[in-house]
Design a protein around this ligand. Structure first.
Ligand SMILES: Cc1ncc(COP(=O)(O)O)c(C=O)c1O
Length: 395
């Protein structure tokens, strides 16, 4: 073979290698999607439907509140110099006194020393867990903890243990064998079933074993505790928990999250939480709407309105021939079992005008698939009874 044909052959060989690698990537993508389809678990984005909302996290109706919108617009008028973008991460050009004051106001509201805003609850949990725990430390999580905590814990390289859902005995077994500094992660109100963690017992165990307790209050703030402060305040644990993650995208109807805790913790996160350090800060509008949402929360007793809807749903759903989650929160789980059945029921409800989402395996364990009903202050009593009647006819 002469030099020229050698060059042609090796170019052809490299082309084939490249082509088959690219083909293998495409096949991998298609195969995984196909498997999801076979499992009846393929996720697709849907445009908003004009159905009765029994699925959003806007429990108190803040996201669509005319009053809150008015407050935000007045805030924009009062700050004509605001920019549409924050222009950088908080450590470079994206910081301002408005955001720092807001962090302190929120921390004061939750009776904590300090707070640090993140761009989302996901970013807050990932930043918190990945930076706090080090190799040799241990993170112990409830088996139903949110994916953002799991991802943060994975990134930390710490040892990981999972305890049985809401079971202090199971937590203690893990605490007995845990090494290094120990962190316990729980949600005060669980996102799938709306049930509450036994926070007092968990806090006692944290104290007994010298563990740092971290409570994700995503689904509790606005709904639980005095003035909607959440379950940590409800149980008077504000000086006991190491940190609380509070998200703005649920009952507060906004976007973003804050970690509240000690001043030292805030400073630690500013230095080591990579999801904080390496991300552009949210724009003024986002922080302004959070500030106004906290003001609106204190303006009216929203908790009484949501509690009425929860009581009505519980009274009516008692007669359904399926298990209902043990929840005193805005999230109610109807355990329907099986991806196909649960998806079918969700579609049937949609055809009757109700938007109730199916929570499928692998998001929940196989056999625990459910309809997740989110109640809102704006759901009328007729809508709630209509939903239950429709379920009664199709279960
Ligand atoms: C318990 C819990 N933590 C954290 C998050 C993430 O919050 P965000 O939607 O602001 O990223 C969620 C949202 O699904 C959640 O349910």
């Amino acid at each position: 073979m002469n030099i020229e044909s050698g060059i042609v052959y090796s170019a052809a060989f490299l082309f084939l290698v490249k082509y088959s690698r690219l083909e293998s990537i495409t096949n991998h993508i298609k195969a995984r999607l196909y498997q999801r389809e076979l499992d009846n678990a393929l996720r697709v984005l849907r445009p908003p439907a004009s159905l009765v909302d029994f699925c959003s996290n806007d429990y108190l109706g803040f996201a669509s509140s005319a009053r809150l919108k008015e407050m935000v617009l007045a805030g924009l008028d009062a700050n004509p110099g605001y920019t549409t973008g924050s222009t950088g991460s908080r450590l470079i050009s994206g910081n301002d006194t408005f955001t720092e004051d807001l962090e302190q106001q929120i921390a004061d509201f939750h009776q904590e020393e300090a707070g640090l805003i993140f761009n989302s609850g996901y970013a807050a949990n990932v930043g918190l867990f990945s930076s706090l725990a080090q190799r040799g430390d241990t993170i112990i999580t409830d088996e139903l903890i949110h994916a953002s905590v799991i991802d943060g814990a994975r990134m930390s390289h710490a040892n990981k243990y999972i305890f049985k859902h809401n079971d202090p005995g199971s937590l203690e077994e893990k605490l007995k064998v845990a090494k290094g500094r120990i962190y316990i992660a729980v949600e005060s109100v669980y996102s799938m079933d709306g049930d509450e963690a036994p926070l007092n017992e968990i806090a006692e165990l944290a104290e007994k074993y010298g563990a740092g307790l971290i409570v994700d209050e995503a689904h509790a703030v606005g709904i639980k505790g005095p003035g909607g402060r959440g379950c940590v305040n409800l149980h008077g644990l504000q000086n006991t928990a190491l940190a609380r993650v509070i998200t703005f995208g649920k009952a507060l109807g906004c976007h973003g999250a804050i970690v509240v805790g000690s001043r030292a913790l805030r400073s630690y996160l500013i230095n080591f939480a990579r999801s904080f350090v390496y991300s552009t800060a949210a724009a003024f509008y986002t922080h302004l709407s959070v500030k106004m949402a906290y003001q609106y929360l204190q303006e009216t007793d929203h908790q009484v309105s949501i509690e009425k809807k929860i009581s009505l749903f519980q009274a009516l759903s008692r007669h359904l021939p399926v298990a209902i989650s043990d929840s005193q929160s805005a999230i109610q789980g109807i355990i329907t079992c099986g991806n196909e059945r649960t998806k079918g029921l969700s579609l049937k409800l949609a055809s009757h005008g109700f938007d109730v989402r199916a929570i499928l395996h692998p998001t929940v364990p196989a056999g625990k698939e459910r309809l997740r009903v989110c109640l809102h202050t704006f759901n009328s009593d007729e809508e709630i009874s209509g939903l239950i009647n429709t379920l009664q006819n199709h279960l």
